[in-house]
Design a protein around this ligand. Structure first.
Ligand code: PBG
Length: 327
């Protein structure tokens, strides 16, 4: 036999051959759209560091959710931006607060056609921008924060969320959320644990998106970028506390973590392609430095290939449109 006797290029000879042998697929049902709603807006407000993403009004959010159903997306993850903030984030536990109201509005719009998820965290609601309440020394108080998370969980579920996303990285947050839901008779409300969430520079544009008041950083509660094995502790704890799904966040700089978690997790694994990942690709594409569409496709496919069952991405609806067109 003439050299080379193995020719992997045979399976790459045509689009049909490549389609047949693709190991990883992308489908609308695997995509979750993160969406922002801002209290008191009269029309959608663009987020300059995230071109194409807006802070929604109630109407535009409902339209985005209806379109997500139309496109067959897996879910929508809601974030609220309140008009008033205070030290304890009390708008988060107000049934008429912006996020809780939006959950109800979206649920009324789409019913059970789409999994409605809500961010369960205090950073959008506190005047200091931290994900929890502060103790006398200004440090985030883990256990005092958990008491508020428990109340938020019940209100978000009662407002109509199918799945809650505790994202504050407080120890024990999944357990208190699960216990609070069960005690309120909300056994069917699921928990998507932000299990391995790293302190990341790539959250930058999100801080604009939610008008974050944060001075400083979140390094006493979010994970350090140096650590790989520690992610498995976080996931094991969240599973033991009752997480129905687990998430790794960010995605692109943490694909080793996505792969590790996918290898050991008995529950579905999500990865969050965050604001800075979106902004980088949009910025490079706007400069003509990369091909926008193929870069977006490749980035999300890479996250899936690493092992994520579902991907939160700001491109969810656009990707689903492309998938629908069959391109
Ligand atoms: C916390 C939260 C953040 C993001 C999602 N949930 C911000 C943070 O941890 O600083 C970031 C998402 C993104 O950057 O796209 N509520």
């Amino acid at each position: 036999m003439s050299f080379p006797n193995r020719r992997p290029r045979r399976l790459r000879t045509s689009p049909a051959m490549r389609r047949l042998t693709a190991e990883t697929t992308l489908a609308a049902q695997q995509l979750i759209l993160p969406a922002f709603i801002r209290e008191g807006l009269s029309e959608p407000h663009p987020i300059s560091s995230m071109p194409g993403v807006v802070q929604h009004t109630t109407d535009s959010l409902k339209a985005a959710a209806a379109q997500a159903v139309e496109l067959g997306l897996g879910g929508i993850m809601l974030f609220g931006i309140p008009e008033q903030r205070d030290a304890t984030g009390s708008a988060g536990i107000d049934p008429n607060g912006v996020l809780n109201k939006a959950i109800g509005d979206v649920r009324a719009e789409v019913g059970d056609e789409l999994v409605i998820m809500s961010d369960l965290c205090l950073d959008e609601f506190t005047d200091h921008g931290h994900c929890g309440v502060l103790d006398a020394s200004g440090r985030v108080d883990n256990d005092a924060t958990l008491e508020i998370y428990a109340q938020m969980a019940v209100i978000q579920a009662q407002s109509g969320a199918h799945m809650l996303g505790p994202s504050g990285m407080m120890d024990g947050q999944v357990a208190v959320v699960r216990q609070a839901l069960d005690a309120a008779g909300l056994q069917d409300t699921a928990v998507l644990a932000y299990a391995a969430k790293y302190a990341s520079a790539f959250y930058g544009p999100f801080r604009e998106a939610v008008d974050s008041q944060l001075a400083g950083d979140r390094r006493t509660y979010q994970m350090d970028a140096s650590n790989r094995r520690e992610a498995l502790i976080e996931v094991e704890l969240d599973l033991a506390e009752g997480a129905d799904m687990v998430m790794v966040k960010p995605a692109m700089s943490y694909l080793d973590i996505v792969a590790d978690v996918a290898a050991m997790s008995p529950v579905p694994v999500s990865a969050y392609q965050i604001s800075g990942e979106y902004a980088m690709i949009e910025a490079a594409a706007a400069n003509g430095w990369i091909d926008r569409r193929s870069a977006i496709m490749e980035s999300v496919l890479g996250i899936r290939r690493a092992g994520a069952d579902t991907v939160l991405t700001y491109w969810a609806s656009e990707l689903a449109l492309w998938l629908k067109e069959g391109k």
